[in-house]
Ligand binder design. Structure first.
Ligand code: 5GP
Ligand code: ZN
Length: 111
């Protein structure tokens, strides 16, 4: 079982910031910004590239959860970045789709 599935089932502890029936959000263990949260579906999907017509709604759901958390944490006005890594060149390390929510400082690089 992957590390994020273990977080979902409670085998590995996490600092949860949001949970519903299908999704979980928790603080990144190695934060790259004052706010660095990972939003994941509870369903195991390894890659962004694995999304298809039956699962594409997950992108929309995760985005709305990111927006909701940004308001809760007061970074909705100062701004934030959402980011998903997919595959080797992106630096993806955990093979369970996750959306990074970063905020609370000016981002070090712009695209
Ligand atoms: P990736 O590079 O795959 O997009 O991001 C994986 C993220 O998961 C990294 O930012 C890393 O710090 C975080 N991470 C890895 N293992 C754990 C863990 O056990 N708990 C938490 N909370 N975050 C983790
Ligand atoms: Zn998993």
């Amino acid at each position: 079982m992957c590390i994020f599935c273990k977080i979902v089932n409670g085998e590995i502890p996490s600092n949860k910031v949001y949970e519903d029936e299908k999704y979980l959000a928790f603080n990144d263990i190695n934060p790259k910004a004052p706010v660095h949260i990972l939003i994941i579906p509870k369903q195991h999907i390894a890659y962004l590239a694995d999304l298809d017509d039956t699962t594409k709604y997950i992108m929309g759901d995760m985005t709305l959860i990111a927006n909701k958390i940004s308001k809760k944490l007061g970074i909705d006005k100062t701004g934030y970045r959402i980011l998903i890594n997919n595959g080797p060149d992106s630096g993806q390390e955990v093979f369970h789709i996750h959306m990074h929510l970063l905020g609370g400082k000016k981002m070090a690089f712009t695209v």
